[in-house]
Design a binder for this molecule. Structure first.
Ligand code: AMP
Length: 559
């Protein structure tokens, strides 16, 4: 059941603004939060950016603003200047027909304009904790009229070391105020803060980011870790990518990847927690203005990033949590545009693919990486297309004179044209083209679904079938299980000297099952797959901790 905005009984000026923004129905966090906040109770909203949380607190605050006395009635605390500006601008937008005055205050800016604005009178203040404390200490911030205080991204404020400032600000506001706390996670320190400063808070949790993924094409590539960089550059060559956000796992990786891409002719910047606020702003500004096309970020650094025009999100590393995947790719396909989400899976990550598909209830499509030939052809086509555009325009008077001179000097026209093109393409040298070796095998469960081998009983006859990268598909090493069998995975393989008989021996011995019950075994470089009858799986897993081959202990888990 979805609620209509009308059932929330918000004042007409707000309804008008909502309609103008094109919102048709409240998001789950809004649906849960708005009626609660309107009753005046304290609330905790567990929700991330992208869920519509800003409107979830902004609308009730604006609904309840009464006198517009220009004495601040509401205070929103935000961890970063960027979020403060975003919230202030959203509140101005929602409140535009009420002519509400919202002021953002944050560090790194001169005090005078902020103080002047405060003196002129505002209805809502949105600020970062440090600057708010500074203004309080300068006696220019009157918090005595505050009716509602919002802590936005409380966990981030904690991470950034602002929690004591937050407490100080809370303590300076009237005790009878309403407190709303928003946080993606609720670590102990935040719960303690809530216990201390909130009165019987009610909770609203949005389990999943309610992003619509419908407008996003989700594609994946299956490749080896060492080929990822080449794969990304090849994709950047061929995709119509205007604005690309690449997610890496660590700060170090963002820096490394950005510099590798830049060296290969794709100017990229890294966005990570090491950056000063000013540097971060600068980079985001350049990205927004399309001066740089590629941004490499960690999940943490990308929080609060609100850019609508991202054409491609690339998961260079696959997140452990499918929810993070959804959150990442929700950054493309916004504002009515189609987005493309590209994920690079290594053979070891096949399980994550399954988890993500199960979580999103949407399949990802296996893509085929462009070959060096594809890229060369594409580059040539681009040059030809650009030439045609220029030939159509005809605005090259000076160049024409230069060519005439060369012809007068005795050069063939066609030779001159070819030499000119050679010059024009000189920049391509910076971007060497290389093929990425296909991983011959698809993730296991795809092939399991994809082909059944009529009548062939995968069996112990295939035991001992170990294969090298790339040569296994013909034998279908991972084709469908025998009926009633379940595939288990262990984290030891060829590298550890594992042989099929060792596996059968130790499992049969410790789990006390007949060796003949064990089905197909596949031994890979770093792991092995073992089929056991479903009815014995629990028994086999129960003895994890005892299994050992030589000096290597191992455990089994469902593959
Ligand atoms: P937030 O989580 O507050 O950062 O909001 C994420 C995005 O969702 C913003 O671009 C909002 O403008 C948009 N948004 C918020 N509420 C709604 C709604 N009810 N319907 C459609 N879009 C919304």
């Amino acid at each position: 059941m979805t609620t209509e905005f009308t059932s929330l009984n918000l004042r007409p000026e707000l309804m008008q603004a909502i309609a103008e923004l094109g919102y048709t129905e409240p998001t789950p966090i809004q649906e849960g939060m708005i009626p609660l906040m309107l009753t005046g109770v304290d609330v905790i909203g567990q929700a991330q950016t992208g869920t519509g949380k800003t409107a979830a607190f902004a609308l009730p605050i604006l609904h309840q603003l009464e006198s517009f006395s220009r004495q601040p009635h509401a205070l929103v605390l935000a961890p970063t200047r960027e979020l403060a500006l975003q919230v202030a601008s959203a509140m101005n937008e929602y409140g535009k027909h009420l002519r509400v005055r919202v002021l953002a205050v944050y560090g790194g800016q001169p005090y005078a304009p902020q103080i002047n604005n405060l003196r002129r009178g505002v209805d809502v203040i949105v600020g970062t904790p440090g600057r708010l404390i500074d203004l309080m200490e300068r006696d220019v911030l009157d918090l005595s009229g505050i009716k509602t205080i919002v802590l936005d991204e409380a966990d981030e404020m904690l991470n950034m070391g602002f929690i004591e400032d937050v407490e100080k600000i809370l303590a300076a506001t009237p005790a009878e105020r309403q407190t709303a706390l928003f946080s993606a996670t609720l670590p102990t320190r935040i719960r303690k803060l809530a216990e201390r400063f909130m009165r019987e808070p009610q909770s609203v949790t949005v389990k999943r980011p309610t992003l619509t993924l419908a407008a996003t094409e989700q594609r994946y590539y299956y490749l080896h870790e060492s080929d990822k960089l080449t794969a990304v550059t090849n994709l950047l060559e061929i995709e119509d990518a205007t604005s690309v956000l690449i997610f890496a796992r660590t700060r170090a990786e963002t820096g490394l990847l950005a510099s590798e891409l830049t060296q290969r002719g794709f100017p990229a910047e890294a966005l990570n927690g090491d950056l000063e606020q000013n540097a971060r702003e600068r980079i985001l500004g350049r990205f927004r203005d399309n001066q740089i096309k590629v941004l490499v970020a960690t999940d943490v650094a990308a929080r609060g990033l609100d850019i609508d025009d991202i054409s491609h999100v690339i998961n260079y590393q696959i997140p452990d949590d499918p929810e993070v995947y959804v959150h990442r790719i929700g950054r493309t396909g916004r504002a009515g545009k189609t987005g493309i989400a590209i994920s690079l899976f290594t053979p070891r990550e096949k399980r994550r693919l399954r988890d993500i598909e199960a979580f999103t209830k949407q399949p990802l499509t296996l893509g085929k990486l462009p070959t060096a030939d594809d890229i060369r052809a594409r580059r040539e086509q681009k040059v030809i297309d650009q030439m045609k555009v220029w030939l159509g325009r005809g605005r090259y008077q000076r160049e024409r004179e230069m060519i005439e001179q060369l012809v007068a000097d005795g050069h063939e026209l066609i030779e001159v044209a070819a030499a000119a093109l050679k010059l024009a393409r000189a920049g391509e040298k910076q971007r060497p083209v290389a093929n990425v070796a296909e991983v011959a095998e698809r993730p296991a469960y795809q092939s399991e679904r994809g082909f059944t081998r009529g009548g062939e009983r995968g069996s112990r006859f295939e035991r001992g079938f170990t294969s090298e990268r790339g040569e296994r598909s013909s034998r279908g090493g991972r084709q469908s299980h025998e009926e009633g069998m379940t595939r288990l995975k262990m984290s030891k393989g060829k590298l550890h000297g594992v042989r099929p008989n060792d596996i059968v021996g130790t499992i049969a011995h410790h789990a006390e099952i007949p060796g003949s019950a064990i089905g197909k075994i596949r031994i890979e470089e770093t792991f092995s797959l073992v089929d056991v009858p479903e009815v014995l799986v629990d028994k086999v897993i129960l003895h994890n901790g005892n299994y050992r081959i030589g000096k290597h202990k191992f455990a089994l888990e469902r593959a």
